[in-house]
Write a protein that binds this ligand. Structure first.
Ligand code: GLN
Length: 484
């Protein structure tokens, strides 16, 4: 086979079963491609070539011994560097964890490996997953493979770009307020966040624990469905993981969405880039052609979501990041006088500007006198936003929106304006606050040279990932990825 880096999981398994390629050859093809192409894209922070080849050879031995393929046998995978991997550095793209080696694997990583996946390396992201462009990485920014002068989105920009550039078949990202869905949209790939509690957070470095998720990226809905199935499900090591059985997601990919009720919220179609709007409207027309019933709906508290999200996530971050004190993990300032000075200098030198901004904001909204005015109020608004969705789902099965109001922007364009960067999350933070599942699928390209991808977002009821994937897959099968 001439190209081993653009295959779907099914194609990889077809090639392995027919002995047209070995897992080792597939892994090597990816390693070679990372060597030649990643210096431009910069999607990886570190690679583990030897380990990947060993894992691949183990798969080849199992095939030779006549063992059946497991769900991800021989599939090259990249993992966002906020997810712990034993024996492989986990930096969270932060100087403060520059040389941190986790003593254990995240449950999602352990499940990938048990399913036969070949882990290629760790991907770049915004520091501690705080950002929307991957420019807040403490090491270097990632570039959008469709236009290297633009950002890949964030915070899981490396995981999205790696899959888009054929530097991995699927990848893991994390999503707290859009960090899987928005980079998926910017890079023209599929990215999914399950219901809160669907995937174990054990081994995901905490940013905002009540909002954090691990989820997959892929170039097809089926690849994402397969990967989601592998990582989902109850885990005794995460008390917030749900004890609800995981459907066989691939079974729901039947292409038949006749009669499915699709809600379209007015609030998500105002004040956005007109070309993005036009593409998503065409996407909705296509769903209608497939037999879906399009229903206009209201989600009236949408306008409060950004304010609410940035209070809650910073409050939780200020608490979660207190642990980086120069004693327990990684980096410690070289010179200091006394303990307090050591804490201060370590944190001052170890954290980047966005992380500091969030710790300060979060400490402020939790401080006495402001707690009720900001944090408590935000918690109440969160309930109202969740209620909007619950009420909407009385009438519809899924909700369709644009993923991002803006196209991939130029590197450095928004770096000096954090508020502009925060506003880019306007369509993704709502589902995060409500805890419902969401997916972003490619929905055509913008006019212009080079053509930039557009993402369409789909939400579903709590734990109705099957429905979400079914609609996304039907859209893909009908040619929706290239509608425009
Ligand atoms: N862009 C959002 C933020 O900066 C979301 C990040 C995320 O989902 N991790 O907080």
């Amino acid at each position: 086979m001439d190209n081993l880096t653009n295959l779907t999981i099914e194609e990889i398994h077809g090639a392995l079963a027919k002995r047209e390629a070995s897992a080792e050859e597939i892994a090597r093809a990816h390693i070679d491609r990372i060597r030649t192409d990643d210096p431009r894209v910069r999607s990886y922070l570190s690679t583990c070539e030897e380990k990947a080849l060993e894992q691949a050879r183990a798969v080849d031995r199992q095939i030779a011994a006549g063992e059946p393929l497991r769900p991800l046998s021989g599939v090259p995978v990249a993992v966002k560097d906020v997810i712990l991997t034993r024996g492989l550095r986990t930096t969270c793209a932060s100087k403060i964890l520059e040389n941190y080696m986790a003593p254990y694997d995240a449950t999602a990583v352990q499940r990938l490996e048990s399913a036969g996946a070949v882990i290629l390396g760790k991907t770049n992201c915004d520091e501690f997953a705080m950002g929307s462009s991957t420019e807040n990485s403490g090491f270097y920014p990632t570039h959008n493979p469709h236009d290297l002068t633009r950002v890949p989105g964030g915070s899981s920009g490396g995981s999205a770009a790696a899959v888009a550039a054929n530097l991995a078949t699927v990848s893991l990202g994390s999503d707290t307020g859009g960090s899987i869905r928005q980079p998926a949209a910017f890079c023209g790939v599929v990215g999914m966040m399950g219901t809160y509690g669907r995937v174990s957070r054990y081994g995901l470095v905490a940013f905002a624990s009540s909002l954090d998720h691990i989820g997959p990226f892929g170039r097809s809905v089926r690849d994402v469905a397969r990967t989601m199935k592998v990582i989902a499900g109850r885990d005794a090591l995460d008390s917030t993981s749900a004890d609800i059985s995981v459907d066989d997601y691939e079974k729901s990919l039947d292409g038949n969405v006749r009669g499915v009720k699709v809600g379209v919220p007015n609030e998500y179609f105002e004040g956005l880039n007109p070309d993005i709007r036009a593409n998503v409207e065409k996407g909705i027309k296509l769903l209608e052609k497939l037999g879906c019933k399009i229903v206009p709906i209201r989600l009236p508290h949408t306008e409060y979501a950004i304010g609410c999200y940035y209070i809650i996530c910073t409050a939780e971050a200020s608490s979660n990041l207190a642990r980086y004190d120069g004693v327990r993990y990684g980096f410690r300032a070289a010179e200091f006088s006394g303990l307090r000075d050591m804490y201060r200098k370590t944190r001052d030198q170890g954290f980047g500007p966005e992380v500091k901004r969030r710790i300060m904001l979060g400490t402020y909204v939790l401080s006495s006198g402001y707690y009720d005015a900001y944090y408590l109020k935000a918690q109440k608004v969160r309930t109202l936003i969740a209620r909007d969705f619950v009420e909407a789902f009385d009438d519809v099965d899924v909700i369709v929106t644009p993923t991002s109001p803006i196209p991939p922007f130029k590197l450095n364009e928004k770096l000096d304006d954090p508020l502009q960067m925060y506003l880019a999350d306007i369509y993704t933070v709502t589902a995060s606050l409500a805890g419902i599942p969401g997916i972003s699928v490619p929905c055509g390209k913008l006019p212009g040279e080079p053509p930039l991808p557009v993402g369409m977002q789909i939400f579903a009821r709590y734990f109705d990932e099957s429905r979400l994937l079914q609609v996304a897959d039907a859209f893909e099968k009908a040619g929706g990825f290239s509608v425009s």
